[in-house]
Design a protein around this ligand. Structure first.
Ligand code: EPZ
Length: 422
């Protein structure tokens, strides 16, 4: 296993570009199962989770390879393989995104239930409700979802759950509806930019989806979808993470391909606590931070609310803000595994149900800390970038699931960080 060793205190300066969006690329790769012919997808980040999805697609009969230029070329032979096994799905929850395409294109699917993870229970009841509404016959059998349908039929589907919409739930139902017979309306659809990216990809394959980016998606089913070329949007969470790295180190950084329209809530919150975030005339977002920023309250909500995937990073920032902050995660109330580790670095944080109360401190002190999940690892790296002395972030395989060479990007901005064997 590997760790990151960080010498804190260096303000980050310069320009950085983010990789393609993990949470777009994953459902888009699953959607290639719907296509006849070849899909050529650009800007797919080189991540552990992406490689896991490629492995899964190959187990489902797809051919996949990256060209020297980095384009991912996929051909999905119409094979009889329809099983997504437990050992793979339990590694990566987003594997559930093959469920809709398999039912729609091959008429059957056997996909392991994803199970829980460090950030929460992660149910899939909304996925199954939506697919059943389209006519799929679904059973749960020994931890697997077994599904079948001769031809899916369009329907009106409501996908609101206890925490609002579901991102991959919307993705699964949308992909299935694209090949269903007749019209489908998805109410309370997720509006995340990654869902819009998937919808645009499906339309590029010949789907007929309207209302993209809105909570009401209207789909007119088609007979076939054709392979196409497509480029994935930049990763807004990586952009937000690098913006937070600039802010926490009182630096001055241009994230050159950040899409401001995807980061409204994050930009607002950063400005609210005193961080200067400006659109750069050449595109992207420029972040300049004062030596001290003020406290604020943050509540995570479905898009366009503040993203839960930026909660750990914001918690890190606010641990050094002047005053008392309240951070509530309405999406994953237990997504605070980074907090005990930050406390070991001197942060003053108290968990109270699905929230944490943060009393800003003057400084953090470097320590050996342990990553527990993808975004917790990002929060700990940020804390290490500003902490006095050396921080070692252990188990950074969590970070490698969703960040492409994050330490290289940080080093190019002046951070004193290196990857080392445990
Ligand atoms: C997606 O997960 C993202 N992953 C997550 O990013 C992200 O945190 C999450 O959306 C919320 O934005 C991918 O896109 C691959 P949800 P997903 O279904 O789709 C409840 C990261 O760090 N729910 O939108 O699994 C659920 O418990 C990852 O990159 C149901 O109740 O999340 C949660 O409280 C982590 N029933 C809320 O909805 C369901 O059937 C949102 O979950 C599905 C979800």
């Amino acid at each position: 296993m590997e760790k990151l060793v960080i010498e804190g205190g260096k303000p980050l300066e310069g320009e950085v570009t983010v990789s393609g969006a993990k949470n777009s690329a994953l459902p888009i790769l699953a959607a290639t199962l719907l296509a006849e012919g070849e899909c050529r997808i650009d800007n797919v980040p080189d991540l552990v989770d992406i490689n896991t999805m490629i492995d899964l697609l190959r187990m489902l009969g797809a051919e996949a390879e990256r060209t020297p230029a980095g384009t991912l070329v996929l051909r999905s032979a119409d094979s009889s393989l329809v099983t997504a096994p437990y050992d793979l799905v339990s590694k990566m929850r987003a594997s559930i995104c093959v469920l809709g395409p398999l039912i729609a294109r091959r008429g059957k699917a056997r996909v392991s239930m994803p199970g829980g993870c460090a950030i929460g229970v992660r149910p899939i009841d909304l996925h199954l409700k939506g697919l059943k509404a389209l006519g799929a016959d679904i059973k749960l059998d020994k931890g697997y979802v077994t599904a079948s349908a001769d031809r899916l039929r369009g329907a009106e589907v409501y996908l609101g759950g206890p925490a609002g919409s579901s991102v991959t739930g919307t993705a699964n139902v949308l992909m299935a509806a694209a090949l269903a017979e007749g019209d489908t309306v998805i109410e309370n659809a997720a509006c995340e930019p990654e869902v819009a990216d998937l919808a645009n990809f499906l339309n590029a394959m010949g789907a007929r989806i309207e209302g993209i980016g809105s909570p009401r998606l209207a789909v007119r089913g088609v007979e076939t979808l054709k392979g196409c070329s497509y480029s994935v949007i930049p990763d807004r969470i990586e952009a937000g993470t690098l913006m937070a790295a600039a802010a926490i180190t009182n630096g001055d950084v241009l994230v050159s391909n950040a899409v401001p329209e995807h980061l409204g809530a994050v930009i607002f919150k950063m400005r609210e606590i005193g961080i200067d975030v400006e659109r750069d005339p050449r595109g992207g977002l420029r972040v300049k931070a004062p030596t001290r920023f003020s406290a604020s309250d943050v509540t995570t909500l479905p898009y366009p609310g503040f993203p839960t995937d930026m909660q750990a990073q914001m918690t890190s920032l606010l641990s050094l803000a002047e005053g008392i902050s309240l951070v509530s995660d309405k999406i994953y109330p237990d997504r605070f595994m980074h907090v005990p580790e930050m406390i070991r670095m001197g942060a003053e944080i108290r968990k109270d149900g699905g929230s944490v109360i943060i009393k800003g401190v003057q400084f953090l002190t470097g320590a050996e800390v342990m990553a527990s999940d993808l975004r917790a690892s990002a929060g700990l790296v940020l804390a290490g970038l500003i902490a006095r002395g050396e921080t070692e972030v252990h188990r950074i395989y969590h970070m490698d699931r969703g960040y492409e060479k994050l330490e290289v990007k940080l080093e190019r901005l002046g951070a004193r960080v290196r990857r080392a064997e445990e």
